[in-house]
Design a protein around this ligand. Structure first.
Ligand code: ADP
Ligand code: MG
Length: 354
């Protein structure tokens, strides 16, 4: 088992693209760590640089406290699962799983033993003699995982391993992967562009944009307290409300024709800010409310299952708020919105940072 330490890492392609642009990260021993960001932000490049499949242009990569920045991929102790699985079509499942052991000249009898044990761990029993083309997408994905695990690397690198599965299977595979990682306790870096997947699986999430780290934290931290408007926009199943506002002197912020309580100690009165509030943290009332609030009229409601996402027009600004489906108000209803100060985040308008 091993941690990963990345310092000042940059990976520049020959065409000049700085796909990884000065990153510092520490992945703890045994951690399930997600790299999350939009397509093209450098996730795959970072993973490939950790694996040694791309050369670092600047900075260092340490695995298990050993500097591997210039070490060839096969000697880094990493196992990688590629987005397209990269299985050998002409080899059986058993041969695919144990291929890394064959390369290391492990004896055939031992390889068979490992194939059968790993197949058991990944629910592939009975499929060992099949070819990849005779498997479902979910089974192929588990063979790719089995091959990575059988190679007994110190760290497991997974590049969007669930993205080729359809929605239902993806949810099942997610649960399977989480349990497997916990049972094995292997340090895992998991790349995804799907924020829900990262929130569901990871111990910690690094949110990336344009080769840079925008926030590092637990799923709860990045959800409840996005460090900037980029992360605020990227994380969450319902869009976070980001509204122009102005800090008032009395611990409130004026926004959308009304006001909300906010922690304004570090922001001077009259400062123009972007006010961030998640729909999940707003409370909708159809009766009287006391204290700072926003007043408006219900425009539409969307069904989210047990919740509804209600859009409220407050002085010309549309604000989203989630409510239990049975309390969904009718369109046109006058309502008031309130939130606790701890849930009202103030971002500077210049940089979008908290
Ligand atoms: P992600 O996995 O987050 O989608 P990538 O790491 O694949 O992002 O790509 C990051 C950036 O590097 C993109 O701008 C992409 O076009 C560029 N890029 C990726 N691979 C290469 C390559 N082999 N040569 C040049 N540019 C590349
Ligand atoms: Mg990628």
């Amino acid at each position: 088992m091993a941690g990963i330490d990345i310092e000042g890492l940059a990976t520049v392609y020959p065409n000049g693209v700085r796909a990884v642009d000065g990153l510092d990260l520490h992945v703890a021993d045994g951690e399930f760590f997600a790299l999350l960001g939009p397509s093209g932000c450098g996730k795959t490049t970072l993973l490939r640089t950790i694996a040694g499949l791309e050369a670092a242009s600047e900075g260092t990569v340490r695995i298990d406290a050993t500097d591997v920045t210039r070490t060839e991929p096969g000697k880094r102790g990493v196992a990688m699962v590629f987005q397209d699985y990269a299985l050998f079509p002409h080899m059986s499942v058993s041969e695919n799983i144990t291929y890394p052991l064959k390369v290391r000249r492990v004896a055939a009898a031992t390889r068979l033993e490992v194939a059968s044990r790993t197949a058991g761990e990944l629910s592939l029993d009975g499929l060992l003699e099949r070819k990849p083309g005779q498997l479902s997408g979910g089974q192929q994905q588990r063979v790719a995982l089995a091959r990575a695990i059988a190679s007994e690397g110190k760290v497991l690198l997974l590049d969007e391993p669930l993205s080729n599965l359809d929605a239902r299977l993806r949810l099942e595979a997610r649960t399977f992967l989480k349990k497997l990682q916990r049972d094995l306790g292997i340090t895992t870096v998991f790349v995804t562009h799907d924020q829900a997947e990262a929130l569901a699986l990871a111990d910690r999430i690094a949110v990336m944009d344009s080769g840079k780290l925008r926030q590092l934290g637990s799923p709860r931290e990045v959800f409840a307290r996005p460090a900037n408007t980029f992360v605020a926009n990227f994380i969450g199943s319902t869009p976070m409300n980001l509204l122009p506002g102005k800090v008032l002197g009395d611990g409130t912020v004026s926004v959308a024709g009304g006001s909300l309580p906010a922690t304004t100690v570090s922001t001077p009165a009259d400062a123009e800010v972007t006010v961030g509030i998640r729909p999940e943290y707003l409370t909708l009332s159809t009766g009287d409310v006391s204290g700072p609030s926003l007043r408006g009229e219900v425009v539409v409601a969307e069904n989210l299952g047990t919740q509804s996402l209600v859009s409220v027009d407050c002085d010309g600004t549309l604000i989203g708020v989630t409510v239990p489906e049975e309390t969904e108000p009718a369109p046109g209803a006058p309502v008031a919105l309130t939130a606790p100060a701890s849930r009202v985040l103030l971002y500077t308008q210049e940089t979008g940072e908290l």
